[in-house]
Design a protein around this ligand. Sequence first.
Ligand code: TYC
Length: 127
Amino acid sequence: MSNSPVVRPLQASASTPVPPVPPGQDEGEGGGSTVAERAAQKTEPPRLYQVLLLNDDFTPMEFVVMVLQEFFRHDLDTATQIMLKIHHEGRGVCGVFTKDVAATKVELVLAAARRAGHPLQCIMEAA
Ligand code: TYC
């Protein structure tokens, strides 16, 4: 008598048929032949969010310019133009980011403004 386990061949049996590839879903040209290719075709680009500053009567212009330079990497000239646009029009776009990055920018700007004692408002909106 043998103690060897029974080894069955690795093939489809009559009870587990392999389904045929449906028409139009084979691996023809442009159909994607790897898991990565098929996933890439389904992946939507991430939604983008604008981060905006709102005008108020109390936050110093210099502080807003500093925020635009330090948190949004604008040069002095661009930061000054954006600050003046906010001052005159009520709001202005600091930058456009993915959701997590936009939310982090808002938190960092609000924390800096509160620490400096300014009422500056910073928000994000779907772009
Ligand atoms: N209006 C402010 C002032 O006159 C300046 C200011 C600009 C404040 C932009 C906020 O988001 C702002 N000191």
